[in-house]
Design a protein around this ligand. Structure first.
Ligand code: SF4
Length: 342
């Protein structure tokens, strides 16, 4: 396989652009922002121009499609899963319209790839999904982040009412108990704790409760990682280190280190297609007091710690295109702590 990702539920990643802005508490330790800062890009924060990719970068997916057509599959044994937008949010209003259009064209040209789109801005699905989306492209799995109740539940409601081949939730970093989330129409749920410096705690009871809900609702359950601060019955859960292979697993990604009852990594049934009816207005679901626009407090421009553009845009772009696996100009030693967050 060509480029690969350490993300447990994907095989490759591809981005129509780099850059985003915090929109909810789950973004506070966004690894993509950290990686962009390390590369010296000025694409992060309110008003910062997003960074586009070159033709050679876009061509990579076409090559993967050829390999997938020849039978190459990835971690689930069935698909070559491409996570589109791990360095951006495809449905960000501040994204690049021409590049978003280019992504839709690319997805149409690569039927042998399975594209996974994850957003914290599903209120924009209705605006930014392509005109020929219909019941959902056959090779696209559409998901939202559900990391807490206040911001996550409205997103799930929008997703449920959006046609898609597969609908999924990424509950990472899971910040509280969300076990009463409505899983109707949801095919797949990914759960994990936060990793990296200053991580927030992740109570393993929250994951177990979600696993039970998934079993009740015929939703595939994928436990991705313990994160850096897992807790069990109010006490820190100790990740065995070093592992038998001598490596350290500081972010709890090794399945062997999961509690036995959480060593579950299921994949959605891609043969199932259960589109729910469209609602008259997807936006109505989001018109609640808890829905804050991205430039409102507490994540406003003045206080947003990520609104800090730097000057080396063109240089960074060149490096992004030339270095494998999103590591423009970084040595392995520099990159490792960042990639471990992914
Ligand atoms: S929406 Fe995603 S990419 Fe954007 S800041 Fe939040 S976590 Fe990062």
């Amino acid at each position: 396989m060509g480029k690969f990702t350490k993300i447990a539920w994907a095989d490759s990643t591809s981005n129509p652009w780099w850059g985003c802005e915090m929109i909810s508490p789950g973004c506070i330790h966004c690894y993509a922002r950290t990686l962009a800062k390390r590369t010296g890009t000025d694409c992060w924060g309110h008003g910062a121009p997003r960074l586009s990719m070159g033709d050679s970068y876009w061509a990579e997916s076409l090559a993967w499609n050829e390999q997938a057509a020849a039978g190459a599959v990835g971690k689930d044994g069935k698909h070559w899963i491409v996570f589109a937008g791990d360095m951006c949010d495809i449905f960000d209003d501040a994204g690049l319209p021409s590049e978003r259009e280019r992504l839709w064209n690319l997805i149409r040209q690569t039927p042998h790839l399975t594209w996974v789109l994850l957003s914290k801005r599903p209120e924009n699905f209705v605006k930014h999904l392509p005109a020929d989306w219909g019941d959902g492209y056959a090779n696209v799995w559409l998901g939202v982040t559900c990391d807490d109740q206040e911001h996550g539940y409205p997103r799930v409601d929008v997703l449920r009412n959006t046609p898609a081949k597969i609908r999924f939730l990424s509950c990472e970093p899971l910040l509280e108990d969300i076990s009463d989330v409505n899983l109707e129409g949801i095919d797949w749920l990914i759960v994990g704790g936060e990793s990296g410096a200053s991580s927030r705690t992740f109570d393993l009871a929250w994951a177990r409760a979600l696993k039970v809900r998934c079993a009740e609702t015929d939703t595939a359950f994928f436990f991705k990682q313990l994160g850096s601060e897992p807790t069990e019955s109010g006490q820190p859960f100790s990740i065995p280190n070093p592992q038998p292979n001598g490596k350290r697993d500081v972010h709890g990604k090794a399945v062997v280190n999961f509690p036995e009852d959480l060593r579950t990594q299921e994949w959605p049934d891609s043969d199932r297609h259960s589109p729910l009816p469209r609602t008259p207005s997807l936006l109505s679901v989001f018109q609640t007091p808890t829905n804050q626009p991205s430039d409102s407090a507490p994540f406003d421009k003045a206080t947003n710690p990520f609104s800090n553009p730097g000057p080396r845009r063109a240089d960074a772009q060149n490096r992004i295109e030339s270095f494998p696996e999103y590591a423009p100009g970084l040595s392995s030693a520099e990159l490792l702590p960042v990639l471990q967050w992914v």
